[in-house]
Ligand binder design. Structure first.
Ligand code: KG4
Ligand code: ZN
Length: 332
């Protein structure tokens, strides 16, 4: 039985997953305190994690119908993310591990998004090509039989989720923009406006900066009243361009690697049009249910099924690593 803990951004998450990858509980406490600021405030996120983390862990154990003594391993997000936020989950996990003598597995958040599809009922095991499109990261990777990840290409500027959130903001929608943009787009025509899909970017890298600028200029050129009238069409066309930018690279990646297995993860994979577009590809495509695409601790536990635990002596010194940083080398 694995207890997963995830606090890399603004969701306080704990989950229990059994050794066959079945989810016994998956508790996600969304902080909902950042909306007024138009983005996550790191200090506030860390404080809210402090208030909630123990309660969320207790809730995950209770919902799963187990107690700490039943936990064989604890999996915790080590990075990347907001360091102050990460430290809350990490300290909680370290304290439980040391006091109760439970082995601890430090997990990379992005590997969590990649391997979310290995959980039941999908149980979609590597090898496959993976697309991760989240708020902080967007990349394509080849994942081998052991779940080892080799990046094939990534975004040269914004992550897909950032593009979604910035576009939503330009259209006057609240943070986080994804779900609101999807709802507004539902009333619009995705072919009403042509937005760029960075087709010119060769290979498997992606770019979203031009798309965002293009929406900004389009709204400015139309004028406020006209843009307001076409809001749903703008949302649908913009979202369509985000989906195409991702789908074009996925098609290239499947072709370049000669693979016909695709796994998709990250918050943007909760998007209906993207799910539909990728599911229609001539490949075996696994996209987890929406709650496993956005941040959660079950996916962190999923990684721990394939990774060794730390030696007990290394647990107290375990450090978090921030966005854009690599895991620190183990202390010799
Ligand atoms: O993976 P995630 O929950 O957190 C990070 O690790 O970043 O991804 C969050 C991102 C946000 O940018 C959010 O707007 C986007 O995922 N998102 C969506 C949808 N739901 C969440 N984007 C498009 N459509 C959605 N339904
Ligand atoms: Zn994430």
């Amino acid at each position: 039985m694995i207890l997963g803990i995830e606090t890399s951004c603004d969701d306080t998450c704990a989950a229990v997953v059994d050794d066959d990858g079945r989810i016994l509980s998956n508790v996600i406490s969304s902080q909902g305190i950042h909306d007024a600021y138009g983005g996550v405030v790191p200090e506030l996120a860390a404080r809210a994690h402090v208030e909630r983390c123990d309660l969320v862990v207790a809730d995950a154990l209770r919902t799963a119908g187990i107690v700490l003594d039943d936990v064989d391993r604890i999996a915790v997000t080590q990075g990347p993310g907001l360091v102050g936020a990460l430290l809350v989950g990490l300290q909680t996990a370290k304290a439980l591990a040391v006091v109760r003598g439970i082995p601890l597995v430090p997990v990379d958040h992005l590997e969590g998004h990649v391997l979310a599809c290995t959980l039941a009922p999908l149980s979609f095991d590597p090898p496959f090509v993976a697309l991760v499109a989240s708020g902080g990261h967007t990349f394509l990777a080849r994942v081998d039989d052991d779940g080892r990840i080799q990046e094939l290409g990534g975004t040269l500027d914004d992550a897909a989720g950032e593009a979604v959130d910035k576009g939503a903001r330009l259209l006057g929608l609240p943070y986080p923009g994804g779900p609101a943009l999807e709802r507004l787009a539902g009333d619009g025509d995705p072919t009403a406006f042509a937005f760029p899909t960075a087709k010119g970017v060769k290979g498997l890298d992606l770019s979203f900066a031009g798309l965002k600028t293009s929406l900004l200029y389009r709204i400015r050129d139309m004028g406020e009243a006209e843009a307001e009238r076409h809001r749903a069409d703008l949302a649908a066309s913009y979202l369509h361009a985000v989906v195409e930018t991702l789908a074009i690279r996925v098609e290239r990646a499947l072709e370049a690697t000669g693979t016909d297995r695709l796994a998709v993860g990250g918050g943007v994979a909760a998007n209906g049009p993207l799910r539909e577009r990728l599911r229609a590809l001539p490949a075996s495509v696994a996209i987890p249910e929406r709650a496993l695409c956005t941040d959660n601790a079950a996916m962190i536990a999923a990684v721990a099924l394939r990774r060794p635990a730390l030696a007990a002596g290394d647990v107290p010194g375990l450090e978090a690593y921030g966005t854009g940083q690599r895991p620190p080398a183990p202390v010799a």
